[in-house]
Design a binder for this molecule. Structure first.
Ligand code: ATP
Ligand code: MG
Length: 363
């Protein structure tokens, strides 16, 4: 049996049932996708999954899950004998028993259980009790009159169940940042559809791999939409060439991508676009460039990494497993990159370009 814990405190009143149901449904979907049969049951304050122990680490990746423990379901009277068997393999310097009683009608309190089982272990194994810093924690949860015993607590990703917050389109480049941005939106309960602008490099293969990894955090496999970057960009480059403003290509390129992303988002009923921008990280991510992008698109753009340092982003990428895929990322020079890139882009000049792009129905 696997005990699944979620952050009850974070749930608003009246939303709890919806949250629990969505979370249980998402866990069921992921197990089904992986061909694991396991009954998922909501009990007060916990979700119980009847599946083999190894499934715990799969469930830990489901957004909304705070922690999971593979546990043994017992009658309370069976706990001592069970512990006598399983604890044989352990020899900790110290231990403690930590009981949580979700069923307040149970005849013993948590403290009574801690003392009773703790005394039994001392008698049986002679181990030292340490309440402050024990080497081994023996967990017991009382749920609906049954005792669930466990020795391990695996940390979950936390957040909210995917599907409780609507849909977003996440722009994935094949770099380190954008998968982390998409993950953070999944973690906050948004359904993610991935969008990649293909430049004919193997960045596309990296993105495909990234989408597969991110799908571990999503109840349904994440859909990937691939657009031809050159096709999208061509009319914009033409416009800039005609008005002799080719140095603006990189700024306008981002706007072209966002414009197309907004069209797609509207088509599929998504409520926002997500990018991996982080303020000042590279020359293209200055406040003025982000300003140009934002005012050109009449659609919400979310940048969950805006205040993150590269190191923080890399750490998350490593933790969620997308960093590995990035290592295969190719370096390639963009064929549209102008010889001179605008360094101090002015608003006046930008307004003129915007006017021209609007005239050509490109904005
Ligand atoms: P990343 O590490 O995510 O590639 P970056 O630091 O390389 O980001 P940019 O190249 O300026 O930064 O891109 C900023 C954001 O624009 C990316 O995080 C991504 O969301 C989006 N983006 C860039 N190129 C593409 C692409 N070819 N397809 C889809 N989205 C892209
Ligand atoms: Mg990039």
């Amino acid at each position: 049996m696997i005990i699944v814990r979620y952050g009850e405190i974070a749930i608003k009143r009246g939303k709890r049932r919806e949250f629990e149901q969505k979370l249980a449904e998402n866990i069921e979907k992921i197990l089904k996708r992986k061909g694991i049969s396991g009954k998922v049951k909501i009990v007060r304050g916990r979700i119980l999954v009847n599946a083999p122990d190894y499934v715990a680490s799969i469930i830990a990746k489901v957004p909304g899950v705070v922690s999971v423990s593979p546990a043994k379901e017992l009658e309370y009277s069976e706990v001592p004998n069970y512990l006598k068997e399983v604890l044989k393999e352990y020899n900790p310097k110290s231990f403690k028993v930590e009981t949580q009683r979700l069923d307040k009608t149970f005849l013993k309190t948590s403290i009574e259980i801690n003392r009773e089982i703790g005394a039994f272990i001392v008698k049986e194994f002679g181990w030292k009790v340490d309440l402050e810093n024990p080497e081994l924690i023996i967990g017991i949860e009382i749920i609906k009159g049954k005792a669930y015993v466990f020795l391990e607590k695996i940390k979950g990703v936390g957040g909210l169940p995917v599907g409780t917050q609507g849909k977003v389109v996440a722009l994935l480049s094949g770099g380190i940042d954008s998968p982390v941005a998409a993950f953070l939106m999944l973690k906050r309960g948004a359904e993610v559809v991935a969008l990649h602008f293909d430049q004919g490099t193997n960045a596309k293969a990296v993105v495909e791999k990234v989408v597969e990894i991110l799908s571990e955090y999503s109840p349904d496999p994440i859909e990937l939409i691939v657009e031809n970057h050159f096709e999208v960009l061509k009319p914009y480059v033409q416009a800039l060439t005609d008005i002799k403003r080719r140095e603006w290509t990189c700024v306008i390129c981002k706007i072209a991508m966002l414009k197309r992303a907004a069209e797609i988002a509207r088509e599929i009923g998504a409520l926002g676009i997500v990018t991996g921008d982080s303020l000042g990280q590279v020359a293209s991510q200055t406040l003025s460039n982000l300003y140009f992008e934002t005012v050109s698109i009449n659609f919400p753009i979310y940048r969950p990494l805006i205040g993150f340092d590269k190191e923080e982003i890399v750490n998350i990428a490593k933790k969620i497993g997308t960093y590995e895929a990035f290592l295969e990322f190719p370096y390639c020079e963009c064929p549209f990159r102008p010889e001179r890139v605008v360094t101090m882009p002015g608003i006046q000049e930008f307004e003129e370009i915007k006017f021209e792009l609007k005239r050509r129905n490109l904005l």
